[in-house]
Design a protein around this ligand. Structure first.
Ligand code: FAD
Length: 320
């Protein structure tokens, strides 16, 4: 089904050894490894969000190798150029659909172009749920964060708010007490969904206070976050809370739309992989990064996982 009379000029009728979908740390690291294994990977990097989640942040201080830290977009530009240096073909296109069964996989781009590949690496990442406020994106990396592990260190002796009521919100809040002067948890209900043990720890922590039945309805600050508008959902009254940081911990959604009908997912909604490998339940299809990770979700773990996927794909191709 891939044979045509004339080769297409864009090379899309060629069967790629490896196609990589997604261009965050997982996708670009997979591309570096696959390219250095001489497998000439094609990367579908997205037309609107190439470079992945780190493109939306400022300082990254926990990616090893950068003593003074590095800006998120610069780190991703470095990864992209490193992959291209070894021959990865990066296409700034969105994948519209995939057909993953069989020895040759079909990848259809949003512009209708069809590509074929013997192995596919899915590295489409995961999306933190947002509050949906106008200023949330503008102040991302300037006080608004979705990751305490990443950004807690920036808030030494500063007041912080955490939005959410589940285990991960309380975990973030407890971790943030290591830095913050105080942590206010803002929750839409009057009780927590988190496990008993996490609730007990949070409720007994002297640095943590709660604002119940409430939602953040506004974020103030020009260059950085300065205060929140917090509305009591029962009384309708709004209070102003001065904080330097707002951590949004209301969950995340792995980006599995492309593959959720074809690949096995875990109960958390991530793509299921076999043990420590990147192998999905479909031969020749591998997955890496935050789309398989309900727990760690760091740039370095995503990059490591991309490396694993490239090596797994390489071994798969050798076995054909
Ligand atoms: P992503 O980076 O999410 O990349 C996935 C890519 O796939 C995206 O470009 C997406 O557009 C693309 N894609 C999805 N679907 C398609 C499709 N159909 N076609 C084509 N492309 C597609 N981690 C740290 O270690 N340190 C930090 O300081 C840090 N700060 C962060 C700050 C912010 C604001 C955020 C949001 C995250 C931060 N993280 C940080 C977490 C880190 O960004 C992620 O763990 C990491 O980016 C995950 O890498 P990934 O490659 O799995 O996915």
């Amino acid at each position: 089904n891939v044979a045509e009379t004339e080769p297409r000029e864009d090379g899309s009728d060629r069967v790629h050894d490896i196609a990589i979908i997604g261009s965050g740390p997982a996708g670009y690291t997979a591309a570096v490894y696959a390219a250095r294994a001489n497998l000439q990977p094609v990367v579908f990097a997205s037309s609107v969000a190439a470079g992945g989640d780190l493109m939306t942040t400022t300082e990254v201080e926990n990616y090893p190798g950068f003593i003074e830290g590095i800006q998120g977009p610069e780190l991703m530009a470095n990864m992209q150029q490193q992959a291209e240096r070894f021959g990865a073909d990066i296409q700034y296109e969105d994948v519209d659909s995939v057909e993953l069964e069989g020895e040759v996989k079909k990848i259809t781009l949003q512009d209708g172009t069809v590509h074929w590949a013997k192995a596919v690496i899915i590295s489409t990442g995961s999306e933190y749920r947002k509050l949906g406020l106008d200023d949330e994106t503008r102040l991302s990396g300037h006080g608004v964060s979705w990751c305490a592990t990443c950004d807690g260190f920036f808030f030494k002796d500063k007041p912080i708010a955490v939005v959410g009521g589940g285990d991960s919100a309380l975990e973030e809040a407890l971790f943030l007490t290591n830095f913050a002067s105080n942590v206010t948890i803002i929750h839409r209900r009057d009780s927590l969904r988190a496990s008993e043990i996490m609730q007990e720890r949070a409720l007994n922590n002297p640095k943590i206070t709660f604002i119940w039945d409430s939602a953040v309805v506004g974020i103030e600050g020009e260059a950085k976050t300065e205060a929140l508008q917090v509305e009591n959902l029962k009384s309708g009254l709004t209070q102003r809370l001065e904080v330097d940081g707002l951590f949004v911990a209301i969950g995340s959604d792995p980006r599995t739309d492309l593959v959720k009908d074809q690949l096995e997912l875990t109960p958390e909604g991530t793509i299921a992989v076999n043990g420590r490998s990147s192998k999905t339940n479909v031969p020749g299809v591998f997955a890496a990064g935050d789309v398989i990770d309900p727990t760690y979700r760091q740039a370095i773990t995503a990059a490591g996982s991309g490396c694993v996927a490239a090596i797994d794909a390489q071994h798969y191709l050798e076995s054909l």
